[in-house]
Design a binder for this molecule. Structure first.
Ligand SMILES: *Cc1c(COP(=O)(O)O)cnc(C)c1O
Length: 389
């Protein structure tokens, strides 16, 4: 075992203690009112599409994020799909998204019949680099009365989707400036960034719409779930309508006025979400402590940095992330093998989206930073419960 592997394992052991026998990457915690609220939901028999917990969960999320309107849905991918449709994304359009993201960002674009167009990331934030985006659009796009088009494909570029990677906010002031200059609609994929803030404002509330996920591995979970955030009353109304089969409210009549989706969040899942929301501040307090422990320990280890929250931002530190100073798939995989063999569940970042077979032919900007990050990022165990408090 070489020095870097030894230092890496020693760092993990210092922060996490010995794996006994296994430290998962991210584990949910149900130590609050989960059992009580879920039982109440079962007792009521309103487990499905009707019930008070959905409304209550939406209100809690609106209060927490500062979004005027929140529509709870069945998962984060569905939330992004509907948000993109509401933002005007149509079949044959292109949508600018980071190459470094979970596959759901690209899938939501594809579900609209649109084409993902991959953009490079910034070293510090791990999210879309607004300056690289601006330089790229200068030579690849044409502005006209029809909006922005890709001069090489002739397709309309309809929107840009910043994603706040592992909870670290994108440089939103610069991103909004680029979007403004190029007349691009902004839809934020804030699936990983519940409680992450940029200049004090909650991620997911900068764009026309934003989306959250409550999958089992996220900061809070509803089993599966998601939400659409917006400050626009009409978009919120439409989001609710389209995600609930476009049924016109009536006491007995079934009248639907559009081909729509059944994307609603069941009441049972929302009950779990309400209990999880009550504990969110405590989860985040402990996750932050854990991040500070990683930062302190890895400061003294040559060759590996801990990724800290970007300037002007507060990260939720959803997944703690280490970065090799020298990008190398070979070294990355050696460290991953060593850690996983001992029982620390560590993961690489996602395979860049343009390397997946279904997205290989999509347009893309030069991706030098994303390529570096792909060969250098390692996610380390990040559950609130492993913090030494
Ligand atoms: C988790 C996640 C989603 C949504 O995932 P669901 O599993 O559908 O809730 C979307 N984008 C990113 C970047 C994610 O991490």
């Amino acid at each position: 075992m070489d020095q870097l592997e030894q230092d890496f394992l020693h760092g993990l052991k210092t922060v996490l203690g010995l794996p006994n026998p296994f430290v998962p990457l991210h584990e949910p915690e149900f130590m609050g009112n989960e059992w009580e609220l879920v039982k109440d939901c079962l007792d009521s028999t309103f487990v499905s599409s009707v019930g008070k917990y959905v409304d209550h969960f939406e209100v809690m999320l609106a209060e927490y994020t500062g979004a005027k309107y929140v529509v709870a849905v069945v998962n984060g991918t569905a939330a992004l799909h509907i948000a993109l449709l509401l933002a005007g994304v149509r079949p044959g359009d292109e949508v600018l998204i980071p190459a470094l993201s979970f596959v759901a960002t690209a899938n939501a674009v594809a579900h609209c019949g649109a084409i993902p167009h991959f953009i490079d990331s910034e070293f510090k934030t791990l999210g879309i680099d607004p300056h690289a985006l601006s330089d790229y659009l200068k030579h690849c796009s044409l502005s006209s009365s029809e909006g922005l088009t890709n001069r090489f494909t002739g397709r309309r570029i309809a929107a840009v989707v910043p994603m706040h990677t592992y909870g670290h906010p994108v440089d939103m002031v610069s991103l909004l400036d680029v979007a403004d200059r190029y007349d691009l609609t902004v839809v934020e994929d804030a699936a990983e960034s519940l409680d992450s803030r940029y200049q004090g404002q909650h991620t997911g509330t900068f764009g026309l719409l934003g989306t959250l996920s409550f999958n089992g591995n996220k900061v809070i979970t509803t089993g599966g779930g998601g939400a659409i955030l917006t400050n626009d009353a009409e978009l919120a109304r439409q989001a609710k309508h389209w995600t609930t089969t476009a049924k016109q409210p009536h006491r007995w009549e079934f009248f639907h006025d559009a081909v729509a989706w059944n994307y609603r969040l069941p009441n049972l899942n929302a009950a779990l979400g309400c209990a999880q929301m009550e504990q969110l501040p405590d989860f985040l307090r402990r996750k932050r402590l854990l991040a500070q422990q990683y930062e302190k320990v890895f400061k003294d280890i040559d060759g590996i940095d801990f990724v800290v929250e970007p300037p002007n931002s507060q990260s939720n530190y959803w997944l703690n992330t280490l970065r090799l100073n020298q990008p190398s798939f070979e070294m990355r995989d050696r460290l991953l093998t060593a850690a996983n063999e001992v029982g620390y569940q560590c993961r690489p970042t996602w395979t860049l989206l343009h390397k997946l077979p279904m997205y290989a032919d999509c347009p893309r900007a030069p991706l030098p930073i994303a390529e570096q990050l792909e060969a250098s990022l390692i996610n380390v165990p990040s559950s609130a419960k492993v913090a030494l408090v």
